[in-house]
Design a protein around this ligand. Structure first.
Ligand code: ZN
Length: 273
């Protein structure tokens, strides 16, 4: 009897530790692996990815990626501070890199590690289009979607080794990590985000891009361009994990005024497009 009671208390303790409210989604997220373990691993994977790919530096496109990335990051931090979550991203180490690749792709790892492929730039077209993609990708990271698409078993496995893996990194754990976060070299095993995660990332992304000073309606135009690509002979990788759809475009059009209203609370009065 005594044993059962202490076990129950112990389990309750674990539940409290593992569950936290996500400030962007307002949902309870179960994090079996804490950020303190996930992030060092993400940073290591990110550096490895950069060392294995050609990072574009000093060009106007590379500077645009950094510039837009900084604005999106600052928008996320201002939003959190205004909503009582100052310091929420204290473990983030924002980084924004443009990588030379024909792939139409972009992603953000936990901890704010972003990669944009040169192949997506003809579709993003301009700064505001890039802000739409980066806002969306950062939103996936902020809403912990990567962690949520790992199975409980994978999370436990990862949690058991994360402390050491951060420094060494076995092939097996890299695989789990890459699968969850959808890294470039493992496109074959990449899992698509669920429809609800896509919707969430669209919504949060619009608010971020608006606070960053970009017209959120550009996001709808971006997804229309994506959809046009999808109907082509070689649909972009990006669409295998982020399928475009008429519903998505309609949602974005409906939410754009609300995102602008939110941004006005932060003193943003004009929206670049
Ligand atoms: Zn997405």
């Amino acid at each position: 009897m005594k044993f059962k009671k202490s076990l129950a208390i112990l389990l309750m303790g674990i539940f409290v530790v593992a569950c936290s409210t996500n400030p962007f989604t307002g949902k309870q997220t179960l994090a079996l692996v804490p950020n303190s373990q996930i992030l060092p691993m993400a940073f290591q994977q990110y550096n490895e990815f950069l060392s294995e790919n050609k990072v574009v530096k000093g060009t106007s496109d590379a500077n645009m990626v950094k510039n837009v990335g900084q604005k999106i990051a600052s928008a996320a931090e201002r939003y959190l501070t205004a909503n009582g979550y100052a310091g929420y991203l204290t473990d983030y180490r924002w980084e924004y890199n443009l990588v030379q690749s024909p792939d139409v792709n972009a992603w953000c790892m936990p901890g704010g590690k972003i990669v944009v492929y040169t192949g997506i730039l003809p579709i993003t077209k301009d700064e505001a289009g890039l802000a739409a993609v980066m806002g969306h990708e950062v939103a996936h990271a902020l809403a912990n979607h990567g962690q949520q698409r790992m199975s409980a078993g994978q999370l436990q496995q990862l949690g058991a080794v994360a402390g050491n893996v951060a420094l060494s990194g076995s092939a097996e754990n890299q695989q789990i990590f890459n699968t969850a976060y959808g890294l470039g070299s493992n496109l074959g095993v990449m899992l698509p985000f669920s429809r609800s995660h896509e919707t969430e990332a669209d919504h949060i992304g619009l608010i971020l891009m608006a606070i960053a000073g970009y017209d959120p309606i550009v996001s709808a135009e971006l997804w229309q361009r994506m959809q046009a690509q999808e109907n082509g002979s070689a649909p972009p990788e990006f669409l295998s994990t982020h399928p475009s759809s008429t519903t998505r475009i309609q949602n974005i059009q409906a939410w754009a005024p609300e995102a602008k209203a939110e941004a006005r609370k932060f003193g943003v009065t004009s929206f670049k497009r």
